[in-house]
Design a protein around this ligand. Structure first.
Ligand SMILES: *Cc1c(COP(=O)(O)O)cnc(C)c1O
Length: 388
C-alpha cells in the first residue's frame, strides 16, 4: 500500500487546479500588462483570481498581493514592517519561539541589522497567549508576528485575541497562515489581522505560488523593484497559470471547508487514538486546538530518522517534523521549545493528512507504525537501558 501522509510539507495538486493550469498554459499566454486582447484577457483572469481569493479571506481584491511562495510573503511582511517601523524609530519586533524558519531567519537577519526581537516562549501544548503578547509590547514595537497554526505540532494559536490586543495597542499584526489558509475559516477583518501569508502548495495548488494580504491603509514597502506589477510593490511578470491554479485550489478548498474539516478531523482522531496505545509515546501539540490533519508524536527510545526510513519502505510518506529540518540531525526547534529533552525530541513522527486520505490508509498506518516502533526498540540500546 502507498500512503502520502506528509501534507504539511506539501500537497498533491487538485484535479481542478491541474486543469486550470493546463488550460492557462495553453491559451492564457498574454502578459497581463499588455494592452492588446491577449493582455486584457490575462489581466481580467488575474483580477478574477485575486478577487475570488480575497473574498474568501474577508478581504478586498486590492489588499491581496501575489508572491512566489509562503516564505516570500513572510519575508515581505516582516521586512516591510521593520523598514517602516525604523522610519519612526521603532525597531522592536515580537514573535514566537516556534515559528517557521521563514519567519525566524528573517527575524535573525533583522537582529544582525540592529533590530531587537522578543521570542515568546510557548506552553507545553505549543500555545502563546494574548496576555503574553500584551506584556511584550513596548513603545518601540513595530510588529507582532504569530503563526496561525504550527506546521510541526498542529497547534492553533488564539489569533483573534492576539489580533485584538495588537489593534488596541496600535501595533501591526502579521500571521503566517500557511498551514491554516484554506484549511480553517479565516476572516481578516473579524480577526483583526493586518497582514497574512499563505502558500499555494499547502492547499493542493502549484508550487511557486503564495500571497500576502495587507490591510488597506497600511503602507507596504516595495519588495522587488521594477515594473508596476502588484501595485508597484512586487515587480516581475506574473506567473499567471500558477496564480490561476492557486486561486482555483483555494476556492475549491474554502468552498468545501466544512466537510473537509469534518472528514480529516475524524481520520486524525482515529489515528491519534490508535497510536496512543503504543507504550512510552507522547502526543505533541494541543489535544483539541489543532489542525484537522496534524498527527505528531514522540516515541521514546528510537530515532525519528530510522522510523521514517522504515515507514518509507512500507510505502508510508511521513516526516519527523518539518521538511526543512529533516535534512539535519538537530532536533526540531519546535519540539525543544515545548520543553522536550533532546533524546525524546529525536524520536518524533509527523503524519499530516488531507481530504484525499482514506480510512483504509489510516488503518494501514495503525498497523505499520506500532510494528516499526517495536522493531526499532528491539534494536535500540537506549530502549534496552530504559526498560531494564
Ligand atoms: C510551508 C510553510 C512555509 C513556507 O511556505 P513555502 O511556500 O514553502 O515557501 C511557511 N510557513 C509555514 C508555517 C509553512 O508550513
Amino acid at each position: 500500500m502507498f500512503v502520502y501522509a506528509d501534507n504539511a510539507a506539501t500537497t498533491a495538486m487538485s484535479p481542478v487546479a491541474i486543469q486550470t493550469m493546463e488550460r492557462a498554459l495553453e491559451s492564457m499566454y498574454g502578459n497581463p500588462s499588455s494592452l492588446h486582447q491577449k493582455g486584457r484577457e490575462a489581466n481580467l483572469a488575474m483580477i478574477d483570481a485575486r478577487r475570488a481569493m480575497a473574498e474568501r479571506l474577508g478581504a478586498e481584491e486590492r489588499e491581496l498581493y501575489f508572491t512566489g511562495c509562503g516564505t516570500e510573503a513572510d519575508n515581505w511582511a516582516i521586512r516591510s514592517a521593520a523598514r517602516l517601523g525604523a522610519e519612526k524609530g521603532k525597531r522592536h519586533l515580537i514573535t514566537t519561539a516556534i515559528e517557521h524558519h521563514a519567519v525566524l531567519h528573517t527575524m535573525a537577519a533583522l537582529e544582525r541589522e540592529g533590530y531587537e526581537v522578543t521570542y515568546l516562549p510557548v506552553s507545553p501544548e505549543g500555545l502563546v497567549t494574548a496576555e503574553q503578547v500584551a506584556a511584550a509590547i513596548r513603545e518601540d514595537t513595530c510588529l507582532v508576528s504569530v503563526m496561525y497554526a504550527n506546521n510541526e505540532i498542529g497547534t492553533i494559536m488564539p489569533i483573534p485575541a492576539i489580533g485584538k490586543v495588537c489593534r488596541e495597542r496600535g501595533v501591526l499584526f502579521h500571521t503566517d497562515a500557511v498551514q491554516a489558509a484554506a484549511h480553517l475559516p479565516i476572516n481578516v477583518v473579524e480577526q483583526d489581522i493586518d497582514m497574512l501569508s499563505l502558500s499555494g502548495h499547502k492547499f493542493h495548488g502549484p508550487k511557486g505560488t503564495g500571497a500576502l494580504y495587507c490591510r488597506k491603509g497600511i503602507r507596504l514597502a516595495p519588495f522587488i523593484e521594477g515594473g508596476a506589477q502588484e501595485r508597484g510593490k512586487r515587480a516581475g511578470t506574473e506567473a499567471l497559470p500558477a496564480i490561476l491554479a492557486m486561486s482555483a485550489a483555494f476556492c475549491e478548498a474554502c468552498d468545501h471547508m466544512e466537510e473537509n474539516m469534518a472528514r480529516v478531523t475524524a481520520l486524525r482522531d482515529k489515528l491519534i487514538e490508535g497510536l496512543r496505545t503504543i507504550p512510552k509515546c507522547r502526543l505533541n501539540g494541543h489535544p483539541t486546538q489543532r489542525l484537522p490533519g496534524n498527527v505528531s508524536f514522540c516515541f521514546e527510545g528510537i530515532e525519528g530518522e530510522s522510523l521514517l526510513l522504515r515507514l518509507d519502505m512500507a510505502g508510508i510518506c511521513a516526516s519527523s517534523g518539518s521538511a526543512c529540518t529533516s535534512g539535519s540531525l538537530d532536533p526540531s526547534h519546535v519540539l525543544l521549545a515545548l520543553g522536550l529533552p533532546h533524546e525524546i525530541a529525536h524520536g518524533s513522527l509527523r503524519l499530516s493528512l488531507c481530504e484525499y486520505n482514506t480510512e483504509e490508509e489510516v488503518d494501514y498506518m495503525l498497523q505499520q507504525v506500532p510494528q516499526v516502533v517495536a522493531t526499532l526498540r528491539e534494536m535500540s540500546p537506549v530502549w534496552y537501558k530504559m526498560t531494564h
